[in-house]
Design a protein around this ligand. Structure first.
Ligand SMILES: [Zn+2]
Length: 110
């Protein structure tokens, strides 16, 4: 098979040395940042133990800005600034179990 010459304009972006990084943190009291995904305030709620994803965003190898996300929004957006790096809290969020229980209760009710 004849190999046609590849289009020279193939978009192969070079990976800059400094790339965006994402870490996960507990939301602190008095937080006044807005989620970059949904636009809602990333609120501290004592009972909720909310998590936020903080991203250092690099553009063309240079630090550009910090973006904050709700932890759920970051995952829902498909990790726009890469996988979360750094230490993760070992404790599992109780929400998946709670959701499962809710689903089971719903199944029994019907
Ligand atoms: Zn959000």
């Amino acid at each position: 098979m004849a190999t046609t010459k590849r289009a020279s304009g193939t978009p192969t972006p070079k990976t800059p040395k400094w790339t965006s990084r994402a870490v996960i943190r507990d939301v602190e009291a008095g937080s006044t940042v807005d989620c970059a995904s949904c636009g809602e305030r990333v609120k501290f709620q004592a009972k909720m133990r909310n998590r936020q994803v903080i991203c250092n965003v690099y553009v063309n190898g240079h630090w550009d800005r910090v973006e904050h996300f709700h932890a759920d929004c970051y995952a829902a957006a498909g990790n726009p600034h890469g996988e979360i790096v750094g230490p993760l809290d070992q404790r599992r969020s109780p929400s998946p179990a709670a959701a499962l229980r809710q689903a089971q209760q719903h199944a029994q009710a019907s």
